[in-house]
Design a protein around this ligand. Structure first.
Ligand code: FPP
Length: 249
């Protein structure tokens, strides 16, 4: 099955074939190129991308995705020009404020994965408020990966585990894959079944490295601001046709 999946490649899913991923990951890529193509500043791409994040999130909740993880800001994104970073931080605040209200009706439980301590105090406060507001919700879990890096997450888990070993809380023999997973930001959640990367880039970019060992990848030649619910449906149809073997036969 082609890893690279072009818009329009796929026929409509037959209902009987429709197997939804429990956990879907999305790398929201291509905002900058979308803006450049239109002679606009990169920040304009992020603004449209952020609006699309809300549309796609609500659609995922509606169709029955249980866990959605979106890559909003990586540990490497701090290398970008400060004007772009500041613009992104402003967008995060604006969209978190709006989402607190909007996601209530959809019963979406927002969680954050990544080192949120690095953010400004007002953004951290908003993150705390969001956690508090969402704590009793039972609908789709939305993990927003902010200042997230897969390697950073793995190192953090190694440090926590080694500390437990040195304090006698855990023995080396007790360190299993399950124990390791419990020390990740996604503790208690199933691994992603499918990760979609719009924009055509064929890279993992430090996203859910441990968790995606057997994840299906679909790379689509569409920039994130242009990515529609129909594109998502096409990707889900492609996923439903894949034969997952997890290393077996
Ligand atoms: C990658 O595209 C996108 C980002 C680094 C930012 C993604 C953030 C949003 C869509 C806003 C979401 C808001 C919330 C609250 C989660 P790029 O800029 O690297 O695009 P390029 O590869 O075309 O330059």
């Amino acid at each position: 099955m082609a890893l690279f999946f072009k818009k329009g490649d796929s026929a409509k899913p037959r209902q009987a074939e429709r197997i939804l991923p429990r956990h879907l990951g999305i790398i929201m890529d291509g905002n900058g190129r979308w803006a450049k193509k239109r002679g606009m500043p990169r920040s304009a791409g992020h603004t449209v991308g952020a609006a699309n994040f809300k549309t796609i999130t609500r659609y995922c909740a509606k169709i029955g995705i249980e866990y959605l993880t979106v890559y909003a800001f990586s540990t490497e994104n701090w290398k970008r020009p400060s004007a772009e970073i500041n613009g992104l931080m402003k967008l995060f605040k604006q969209y978190l404020e709006e989402s607190l209200r909007d996601f209530r009706d959809d019963d979406i439980k927002v969680r954050f994965i990544g080192d949120t301590e690095a953010f400004s105090s007002d953004l951290r406060q908003l993150i705390e408020e969001t956690r508090e507001v969402c704590k009793d919700r039972t609908g789709m879990v939305l993990n927003i990966a902010m200042n997230y890096g897969g390697r950073d997450e793995i190192l953090r888990a190694v440090k926590q585990i080694s500390q437990k070993v040195s304090q006698g809380e855990l023995t080396q023999e007790e360190i299993t894959e399950e124990v390791f997973s419990r020390h990740l930001y996604t503790a208690g959640q199933p691994d992603p079944d499918l990760i979609i990367r719009p924009s055509g880039e064929q890279r993992i970019s430090n996203f859910l490295l441990w968790q995606s060992a057997y994840t299906e990848y679909i790379i689509m030649d569409i920039l994130w601001p242009d990515f529609t619910t129909a594109d998502l449906d096409a990707a889900l149809a492609e996923y439903a046709r894949r034969n997952r073997r997890f290393g077996g036969v």
